[in-house]
Design a protein around this ligand. Sequence first.
Ligand code: GAL
Length: 349
Amino acid sequence: MKKYWKLMVLLIVSALIIPACSNTADNTSNGRKVKLIKNEDQVYVGFLIDTLKDARWYRDKKLFEKQVKDLGGEVKTLAANGLDDVQIDQAKLLIEEGVDILVVVPHNAEIAAKIVTMAHKSGVKVISYDRLIANANVDYYISFDNEKVGELQAKEILKHQPEGNFAYVGGAESDHNAILFRQGAMNVLKPLIDKGKVKLVYDQYTNEWDPETAKKNMQALLKKRGNKIDAVIAANDGTAGGVIEALDTAGLARKVPVSGQDAELPAIHRILKGTQTMTVYKPISKIATEAAKLAVHVAEGKKVTTDTTINNGKINVPTILLEPIAVTKRNIKDTVIQDKFYTKQEVYQ
Ligand code: GAL
């Protein structure tokens, strides 16, 4: 008798555990796909984002959701707070909820490949949003020209400091974009480095794009070099903010040009104050609108052609690349204000 109960408990437990730890997700019932939304005729889009830590991702979420709804679809957004396991579990959850397509901002380019494998097993296509998923059969990729972002940053800094000791403060190495931003900056700097005009005295990625880490790294560098730094190419406004705090403490703010990216409002204010030299504006409304159109069309089974592809280590992913814009004191009006990214009042308050 005792043996019988042991067996029963085992069977019940395994019936509970096995589905939970498998990397497959089931969105069918009696073989028919089930969508956990009111109107099952609607396209159901799942939007997985890495984090809401950087201001821009709120805007991506708001604008993307609005565009999907305007196109008659339904959408659910989940943020993973920079945690890979959470992002994979969120993908599983949305697949089980019957999404027709997944749009993913991966935290880690390599680890997110698991999401593509899992989604394809359930017949769900995957679009890489802003950041590329590496080494996976990603269906589409939409982003800004990220190498060009790095080129715009380096070119603007060189206008203010044509030679000297440069520091490259990169983004998170887990983010494929950070590699492209750096590649772009090096495209511009390398000829000057080869000529000995520019000396790269610091060249490192910043874990999790963390501003505090960027600040500490810059403080350590200034200490090590007795404040002998002539220019900083920081990959985004978050890291630029950390760098500028360190420069400020060393009495070097406004004396050392610093780049950024994302046109965050504090960065626009720093540019007006002169402590930051430039940022790169990426019109989020453009990527959100194009991505929503792409997601709904692909989910409806429409064939979408793109004007380019990018190799992610496994395949040439059909890709849509959008134009980034350099912003300095000279063109704040014609860019972020004209586009209503910010109001005049917000910028000049
Ligand atoms: C990058 C993104 C940037 C920046 C960064 C930090 O992938 O392209 O705009 O925000 O992430 O979140």
